[in-house]
Design a protein around this ligand. Structure first.
Ligand code: FES
Ligand code: FES
Length: 172
């Protein structure tokens, strides 16, 4: 492992200075240095998806992504989506569809779903299944999770329609 050095990370719209070896896994810095515990440590091998964050909008496994790779990129964690008081529609949908048992996989499911819906606001069931197929859920809540992503698409569409109506009203 290389020697610790100052590194600047851009996380959830804020800049953070950390001291770390360039090959430190991003997940360790997020959880241990920045106290962002949304991303979970599951396998540590890039296999389960529990640690997923978005790097420039792309779902990325933080356990096998080094700090060096993350520098200069826009890092988004679960904490960057919404707050308890103002949940992101994807988070809201997962609650409404009760798509959790232990909940350990949900960070990865939600972050991967968010990236999918940013790219494709109306994905079909097959697309949702394909996108989430590399995120493992040991509790077997896959049916509820797929339903939650469909629900999230509906909530996002309703949110977009409401925002358009407000803009139209402002212009009238
Ligand atoms: S903990 Fe990163 S993929 Fe499993
Ligand atoms: S809800 Fe337990 S691992 Fe998915």
């Amino acid at each position: 492992m290389s020697r610790p050095a100052p590194l600047t990370l851009n996380v959830n719209g804020a800049t953070h200075l950390v001291s770390a070896a360039a090959d430190t896994p991003l997940l360790y810095l997020l959880r241990n240095d920045l106290a962002l515990n949304g991303p979970k440590f599951g396998c540590g091998l890039g296999e389960c998806g529990a640690c997923t964050v978005l790097l420039d909008g792309m779902p990325t496994r933080a356990c096998v992504t080094t700090a060096k790779v993350a520098v200069g990129r826009e890092i988004t964690t679960l904490e960057g989506l919404g707050t308890r008081a103002a949940l992101h529609p994807v988070q809201q949908a997962f609650i409404e569809e009760q798509a959790a048992q232990c909940g350990y996989c949900l960070n990865g499911m939600i972050m991967t779903a968010k990236a999918l819906l940013d790219r494709d606001p109306h994905p079909g069931v097959e697309t949702i299944r394909r996108e989430l197929s590399r995120n493992l859920c040991r509790c077997g809540t896959h049916v509820e999770i797929v339903r939650a992503v469909q629900r999230a698409a509906e909530l996002l569409a309703a949110q977009t329609a409401a925002q358009s109506a407000v803009h139209e009203g402002a212009r009238a």
